[in-house]
Design a binder for this molecule. Sequence first.
Ligand SMILES: [Zn+2]
Length: 289
Amino acid sequence: MRFLLLLLPLSLFANLNIAVSYPYIGALTKSIGGENVETVVLANGNWDPHFVVPKPSLISKVRNADGLIMNGGQLEIGWLPPLIKKAGNPKTNVNAKTFLNLSNHISMIDKPQSVSRSGGDLHPDGNPHFNLDPNNILILANAIKEYLSTIDSKNSQVYEKNYVVFSDMWKKKIELWNEKMLNKKGVKVVQFHNILAYFNKAYKIENIATIEPLPGIPPSSKHTVDIIELIKKEQPCCILHDVYHSTKTAEFISEKTGIKIVLIPHDIGALESVEDLTSLFDYLTSAIK
Ligand SMILES: [Zn+2]
């Protein structure tokens, strides 16, 4: 009998099966949910988070879920709404109390003055990459704790306890990361896409340019020439480049200016060594040498 129990999937014992859009949400939900919650992550950490292919396997994951947690801020706009529609699961509808939009708990930055497709409309509500500020992780953990306590009130004390353990650990980590980043204040960087907007704001790193002219708009030759001139003048330390866009233009810029290219993880699993939330921020706070 004991042997048989060992063979059963964990989800049979968990109270809740929560689908989440990205790995970092899965890790946070596991930290707060503990053994009461099983998470199903929809997007891989090395995929472009803006463009996920809504495959049938993802539809069944949403269909079988007891709830859904998304990043929000339009990051999933191109792929999650069709999945939710096809899944036809009342528990994962945006208006269900079992649905959580994390962006509702964050004040988003870089909201464009005007939005048009030609002008780049990938981030019409502002920059949605708020998960890369470690201070925001605490806010999101609290939102997930409140969410789980609401939909599974009989275990609310467990979620509260797990939250306290997580936040105590995380606050100590933040102190270490703050210390590590102290002498990086004022450092200038270039990115392909502004995934580090919140990270840079938290640590006073100055993003002087992005290789894409606007969020979601591919590099143009004129813009690339402008960036080369800017790099020669401003001497930024490096190009912090996401893992899912081609580094071709960055390499061209590097050839012309000698600037270093550093690959930056945007989530758990984006790079092999980034296997949990802590290693994600360990990596980010070590990226600028
Ligand atoms: Zn983006």
